[in-house]
Design a protein around this ligand. Structure first.
Ligand SMILES: Nc1ncnc2c1ncn2[C@@H]1O[C@H](COP(=O)(O)OP(=O)(O)OP(=O)(O)O)[C@@H](O)[C@H]1O
Ligand SMILES: [Mg+2]
Length: 576
């Protein structure tokens, strides 16, 4: 019996129908067994190859539900059959999901460009058609009862699949079953065809420019990179609709553009169809990283140098207020989050955001998020409300994700009443930022702006073909000029693009104030800077990047610095 015939047979046994009689099942078993061997493996970009499955389990008619196994790569081996295409040289390979989604980074010698190749389990024709059939039938049965809603979604999905397989009267070879599980999970619970990309922690963003055009990615190591993934228009449109639905928004040809936040925090920008983006549906997903960048990682990326981090460390310990400015995706929020790890342990922190981005390793921290108006009489809670509430909670540090509106005034009031605040704002330069603060709709009076101590300007720039993030300048607000009434600013660090380095100008009012307030001598502040520099450099040298270890070492330094200094050669010994 041919594979096609099997599918025909399958399609005759609709779920809920009476199962075939035993004689018929005997016939099925005998007939179908040869149809499965050898298994035909096809992938779009390569020739058909033959692969003989390890164990050919016969197809059996079963009456009772069978206990199915969970996939375990150690036990069952890989489900992926990857190959390096002609003209490509393999640079690196890694699993996104062990045994199930594999990435090859290759150099395409024809174009002399790197490529990102994704391999997922290969389906035989039989498996492919079976998957489609299950897909169709699952749609009918996937209306969950309230009871089920509280259960693990993965298990519900698998249970329903097993019920269907039982209805079809099929027992499958484990490998086939695991492949089906992979695709069902990917399509129903995951991000469908871009699931592996969403799960690859190496990716910063994913862009689709239109129909039948390869997706492009921004890879943390290989930067801009082309993939072997492209979608035809109908597949692309249905993916776009799924993305919109997942972010709780509606998209249609009537309103074809969308800006949204996906459930786990990634940002989505989407245009449907060819009306506004002529090459077809396009989208960009800027992925949210669950593990925040630590200051040591930013040091490694060259966004800041060690002197600048020491400067932030001392400034924060001495309650100086900061504002990170820059263009879209210049890394403002990332830097804000990273330097917030310098906040001393036990200090009370309140963070206020529109969408939850800030992640700290800090116990005494209230993380608040705005919410839109609820339909049933509930009211919207905006930044301004949260900030006012925060002031009553007596925090020492207030972190505001991004200032855009009237809440700016409250933020500056907070600074003027002795709170330390960290925030970000969209502005390309210090002048532009001050101008924005003082004009509509922010309207912060100039004498209040003075309470801000430090502005750090960040940009996304190109170095050769590489896209990198660099702090451009760190500027201190040095009060009002009494004769002109203008704000005086003092440059502390300036980026030198020619040498890709940061120069300290030698003048810092913040350092001068700390020295004075602490009653230190010049030698003392210098030694303080030197010691902290050693700690940061030791962390970098020892590859201590993860934010929990990094933050806990900063905490330890605050509580028992001698312990840190005594263990500089192996800081992991004293970290959590
Ligand atoms: N210093 C950095 N080095 C490398 N990648 C970074 C750096 N800073 C941020 N990123 C990455 O860049 C992307 C944008 O970062 P982030 O959200 O911090 O920017 P932003 O300026 O706050 O953006 P927005 O204007 O949308 O608020 C993220 O994917 C982040 O992981
Ligand atoms: Mg931001």
């Amino acid at each position: 019996m041919q594979v096609k015939d099997l599918i025909n047979k399958l399609s005759q046994s609709k779920p809920g129908q009476k199962k075939p009689e035993p004689e018929e099942s005997k016939l099925l078993e005998d007939d179908l067994h040869p149809a499965l061997k050898p298994e035909v493996v096809t992938t779009p970009e390569k020739k058909t190859r033959l692969k003989v499955p390890d164990v050919l389990a016969p197809l059996l008619q079963r009456k009772e539900k069978q206990a199915y196994e969970e996939y375990d790569v150690e036990k069952h081996g890989s489900l992926v059959d990857a190959h390096i295409p002609e003209w490509h040289e393999l640079l690196e390979q890694y699993w996104v999901e062990k045994g199930r989604s594999l990435i090859f980074i290759t150099l395409n010698r024809k174009t002399n460009q790197n490529e990102y190749l994704l391999f997922e389990p290969t389906l035989s024709d039989f498996e492919h058609e079976l998957l489609e059939r299950i897909h169709e039938d699952l749609r009918d049965v996937l209306i969950l009862s309230t009871d089920e809603l509280h259960k693990d979604r993965k298990n519900i999905l698998f249970d329903k699949m097993y019920v269907l397989l039982n209805e079809y009267g099929l027992t499958l070879e484990p490998t086939t079953l695991f492949k089906l599980q992979y695709y069902l999970l990917r399509n129903f619970i995951g991000w469908s065809r871009i699931d592996a990309l969403m799960k690859d922690p190496q990716l910063e963003d994913i862009s689709c420019d239109g129909n039948d055009i390869s997706l492009f990615l921004y890879h943390r190591k290989y930067r801009n990179i082309k993939t072997n993934i492209a979608f035809e228009s109908d597949v692309l449109n249905s993916l776009a609709i799924t993305l919109a639905q997942r972010s709780g928004k509606h998209i249609s040809t009537g309103s074809p553009m969308l800006d949204a936040t996906l459930p786990e925090g990634s940002r989505l920008n989407l245009s449907l169809g060819t009306e506004v983006t002529t090459r077809g549906t396009s989208f960009t997903i800027r992925k949210f990283r669950e593990e925040p960048y630590s200051p040591i990682e930013l040091l490694d990326y060259g966004t800041f140098n060690v002197d600048e981090l020491v400067y932030f460390w001392l400034a924060i310990e001495n309650n100086k207020s900061l504002l990170f400015i820059g263009g879209t995706a210049s890394g403002k929020t990332t830097s804000l989050n990273a330097v917030s790890m310098f906040i001393p342990p036990v200090a009370k922190v309140v963070s206020i955001e529109d969408t939850r981005e800030i992640t700290l390793y800090h116990e005494n921290w209230i993380a608040s998020v705005t919410r839109p108006a609820m339909t049933e009489g509930g009211s919207a809670i905006d930044m301004f409300d949260l900030l006012r509430a925060a002031m009553r909670q007596r925090p020492e540090f207030i972190i505001v994700g991004e200032v855009r509106g009237v809440e700016a005034q409250t933020l500056f009031q907070a600074m003027n009443t002795g709170h330390t605040t960290f925030s970000t704002m969209h502005a390309g330069s210090v002048d532009a930022a001050i101008h924005r603060l003082e004009s509509e709709p922010l309207n912060v009076p100039r004498n209040m702006v003075q309470a801000l101590n430090i502005i750090s300007v960040q940009a996304l720039i190109y170095r050769g073909t590489e896209r990198v993030r660099r702090m451009q300048e760190i500027v201190e607000i040095a009060g009002l000029d009494p004769s002109t009434g203008n704000l005086r600013v003092n440059n502390v660090f300036v980026y030198d693009p020619v040498h890709d380095r940061f120069d300290y100008t030698g003048r810092s009012q913040v350092y001068a104030e700390i020295t004075e307030r602490r009653g230190w001598s010049r030698d003392q502040i210098e030694s303080e800077i030197r010691i902290r520099k050693q700690v940061l450099e030791a962390m970098q040298k020892q590859g201590i990047y993860d934010y929990i270890t990094v933050a806990s070492l900063f905490h330890l330094f605050h509580i028992d610095r001698q312990k840190v200094l005594d263990n500089l050669s192996d800081l992991r010994k004293v970290s959590q």
